[in-house]
Every structure is written in structure tokens, then in C-alpha cells.
Design a protein around this ligand. Structure first.
Ligand SMILES: Cc1cc2nc3c(=O)[nH]c(=O)nc-3n(C[C@H](O)[C@H](O)[C@H](O)COP(=O)(O)OP(=O)(O)OC[C@H]3O[C@@H](n4cnc5c(N)ncnc54)[C@H](O)[C@@H]3O)c2cc1C
Length: 412
């Protein structure tokens, strides 16, 4: 089959990889240069520990406190948008115990599968992703957050995942070279991390080497259809015929989905990161600074610091006022690091594709028999990439999926 994958982020690339392995004639189309998407500068966590969907009971109360402060970790830019209102309502309705306990096991299964497949892929590609299995620390500075994190650790243990609650001293013992100012932490040994830029370059090189055709700087602008099928994809550079399409355009999924008659609610959740090089006593373990929602990723002698979630529509403007609290939090937890505020040129930004219930959309369209969608992975796009790619291949070929995919269906 000739298969066109729309979107050359990590979701599109893993889909192309698994499809090409089956011998299909695969084309990836991306409007960018292959590097300017959300998959390049993120924190690089493979986090099976993140099995609680974003839409969860605590987040509504916390989010309401945060949402109007433009320097808080979660910010909704006030604007008149029907799409945002519909998304917000669905988010609110899904952020309850019942939905979370229904959804968490599905997310957990997909995360576990993806972790294993990502380890396999890194091995196949000569450890090009620089994937490390050192686990991840969830760090906090208050007794109140400690209580909440202990509850999450309890949930993880129930699902069969290892989680260890650590005292301040035990956290410090894990980072002997750098002072850590915390109340305590939870350690998830199964979490991993990788270098996202290297992973992306390696996936591009591998898929092209396997014979995938990559069309960069090509924007998909429409489709030709007939007999409930998409027959060709229309780009600003011409038309590409197809037997099947995989729609994986990240934060642009709602827009592109609409052109295919699909009503997929999605908001772009902007985040920032900056990478410091030549760090002397670098961290040994990646860590999430829970109260500030900041991620710290050691990458060799580089240290990536990232965070914030801003629902402000699709734009990639850099607002330095939202970067300041990220650096402040890093210095607060790790006072020895003395990280300086970066200049705007050193700040990367990415748009997380956020579905309202915190689960990705992975499924076949009910309107066209040859359309498969993969998107809406929010803050878990790298963690879920490999399993998503495998599921896409199985959905395209109408095979039984490796893990049940019903929870990720498009109509929900
Ligand atoms: C600060 C930050 C930290 C993060 N940390 C982590 C982490 O540690 N672990 C994790 O799992 N996730 C993390 N994420 C989330 C992760 O980066 C995303 O979920 C993931 O990159 C989404 O991948 P994607 O392929 O779906 O989208 P993208 O990477 O955005 O790719 C979509 C592609 O589609 C293309 N496209 C869109 N529309 C069109 C069109 N019309 N025509 C042609 N091409 C089109 C775009 O150009 C783009 O290249 C983080 C995100 C941020 C912002």
C-alpha cells in the first residue's frame, strides 16, 4: 500500500517505521524542516509512572488557582474560542475519580508496552537515543505534596509498578554531588530518559534508510475523497496519491481532523525548555519538581530544564516571563547549580497536543475507511511513541492490537 503519514514528529516517525517494516510504500509529509516540532526539545522522559491522565480531580482545583496567573505552571490565556470552551467543558467533566480509574489502566498498559518497545528500538539503532534506565525522582518541598505523591506511589504499587518513598536524606544520597533542597521524594526506577534531538535525528535517518520518502516543507492543505476513502493528499507543492493516510500532525490535529469531518477536541499546551552545557556536578537522575511542574533532565554534561503548560492557541512566541519561574524553581531545589536566566535565543518552545481527557487519540476514522489518526499525546508523546507506532501499523492492517485500543478511539 502507498501510505502517507502527515506529520514528521515522533508519532509520525514511529508510525512510518513500523509501517515500512511491513513493506509498505511510506511517505512522510511535514510542513516544517523536520526539527521545528514538539518532539525535539522536550524533557525526553519515558515515564510509565505518568499513568494518571492530565484530567484528574486535583488538577481542576489547582488549575483554577493557577489559571489566571500568567507566571503559574498552568495558564489559560483568556480568549474567546469555541474550541477552547468545548475542550474546557470536556476536561472538567472528565476530571473525576471514576473516569480516572477507568482510564489509568489503559494508559498504564500503553506506557509499559511503549517503554519496552523504545528500549528495543534504541538497541536496534545502536543506542543512538542515548536512552538511560536510571529512573526518575518526583521531588517536593512541602508535607502536603508529600501526602499527594505518596497516594500516587500507592496507586503505582497497586498496578504492579515499583515506587519508593524517600526522605530528604535518601534523596540527597542519590545525588551526592549536588545539594538538593527538598522535603522528600518518590523514586520510580522503571522510568527512563533519552536525548530527544538525537532520537529524532536517528529516527529520521533510520526511516529514510529503510526507504521511507520524506517530504519536508510541504504543508497539507486538503484532501481528495471518493467512495468513503481519501484518494490523495493536497499540499502546497502538489498532490500525493494514497491508499491510506495516517494523520499525526501534533497540535494541528483538530484543524486537520476537521477537514476530514472529524471532531477531535484538542488544545496546544505550550511549554519551554532551555539546555545548559558544561555542567560540572551534573545531576545523576532526572527529576520532576512537583509543585512547580518543572522537569530536570541530565544529558551527559548538559542539563535540560523545562516546564509550564500554557493554553494560548497555536503560536510559538516565547514569553520570557514564563521561563523565569522555571529557572527559579530549578535553583530553589538545587541551590548549588546557580543556573542563570537564559537569553531568548537559548529558549526552545513546543506545543503539546492535549486532548481533554488526557488519553491520546489512536484509531481509525468512522467516515473514511483508509484514515488512521494518532495524536493528542499531551506530555507523553515520547513515552507513548513506540507503542503508538505499533498500534497504528496494526490498525492500518486491521490486525488485533497489542494492547486494547478501545479507550483511545476517536469517538469518545
Ligand atoms: C517542555 C516540554 C517537555 C516535554 N517533555 C516530555 C517528556 O519528557 N516525555 C514525553 O513523553 N513527552 C514530553 N513532551 C511532550 C512531547 O514532546 C509531545 O507529546 C510530542 O512531541 C508530540 O509529538 P507529535 O509527533 O504528536 O507532534 P509534533 O512533534 O509537534 O509533530 C507534529 C508535526 O506535524 C507537522 N504538521 C502539522 N500540521 C501539518 C500540516 N498541515 N501539513 C504538514 N505537516 C504538518 C508539524 O510541522 C510537526 O512537525 C514535552 C513537551 C514539552 C513542550
Amino acid at each position: 500500500m502507498q501510505i502517507v503519514v502527515i506529520g514528521g514528529g515522533v508519532t509520525g516517525l514511529t508510525s512510518a517505521y513500523f509501517l515500512r517494516k511491513e513493506g509498505h510504500d511510506v511517505h512522510i509529509i511535514d510542513r516544517g524542516d523536520g526539527t521545528n516540532n514538539c518532539s525535539f526539545g522536550n524533557a525526553g522522559y519515558i515515564s510509565p509512572s505518568h499513568f494518571i491522565p492530565l484530567a484528574s480531580p486535583g488538577i481542576v482545583a489547582q488549575g483554577l488557582k493557577w489559571m489566571l496567573h500568567s507566571n503559574s505552571p498552568f495558564y489559560i490565556k483568556p480568549r474567546l474560542s469555541t474550541s477552547l470552551m468545548k475542550w474546557g467543558l470536556k476536561f472538567y467533566l472528565r476530571a473525576n475519580e471514576k473516569t480516572v480509574s477507568q482510564n489509568a489502566p489503559h494508559l498504564y498498559n500503553l506506557l509499559q508496552l511503549s517503554r519496552q518497545l523504545m528500549l528495543d528500538l534504541d538497541r536496534t539503532l545502536n543506542h543512538d537515543f542515548q536512552l538511560q534506565t536510571k529512573g526518575c525522582l518526583m521531588l517536593y518541598q512541602s508535607a502536603q505534596t508529600a501526602k499527594h505523591e505518596a497516594m500516587l506511589a500507592e496507586e503505582a504499587l497497586k498496578l504492579g509498578m515499583e515506587a519508593t518513598i524517600l526522605s530528604k536524606k535518601e534523596v540527597q544520597d542519590m545525588e551526592p554531588a549536588t545539594e538538593v533542597d527538598v522535603f522528600g521524594g518518590v523514586y520510580f526506577p522503571a522510568d527512563c530518559h533519552l536525548h530527544p534531538g538525537r532520537m529524532m535525528k536517528s529516527l529520521y535517518a533510520k526511516t529514510m534508510d529503510m526507504g521511507v520518502n520524506v517530504h519536508l516543507n510541504n504543508e497539507v492543505q486538503g484532501f481528495e475523497t471518493g467512495h468513503q476513502k481519501v484518494t490523495s493528499v493536497l499540499t502546497n507543492r502538489g498532490k500525493i496519491n494514497c491508499d491510506h493516510i495516517v494523520v499525526a500532525p501534533g497540535a494541528w490535529l483538530e484543524i486537520l481532523g476537521r477537514q476530514l469531518g472529524l471532531n477531535l477536541l484538542l488544545q496546544a499546551g505550550k511549554g519551554y525548555s532551555t539546555t545548559f552545557d558544561g555542567i560540572k556536578n551534573n545531576l545523576i537522575h532526572p527529576a520532576i519538581l512537583v509543585d512547580d511542574r518543572v522537569a530536570m533532565t541530565p544529558l551527559g554534561n548538559e542539563l535540560r530544564v523545562g516546564g509550564t503548560m500554557e493554553l494560548g492557541g497555536i503560536n510559538q512566541n516565547i514569553n520570557m516571563n514564563r521561563v523565569k519561574p522555571i529557572i527559579r524553581a530549578a535553583n530553589k531545589y538545587y541551590p548549588d547549580l546557580h543556573l542563570a536566566m537564559p537569553s531568548a535565543e537559548k529558549v526552545w518552545t513546543g506545543l503539546r497536543p492535549c486532548s481533554p481527557d488526557g488519553l491520546p487519540y489512536i484509531g481509525n476514522s468512522h467516515l473514511h475507511s483508509n484514515v488512521t489518526v494518532a495524536g493528542g499525546h499531551a506530555m507523553l508523546g515520547v513515552s507513548l511513541a513506540a507503542a503508538t507506532g505499533l498500534l497504528v501499523k496494526q490498525l492500518v492492517q486491521h490486525e488485533k492490537t497489542e494492547v486494547p485500543a478501545e479507550a483511545f478511539r476517536l469517538l469518545r
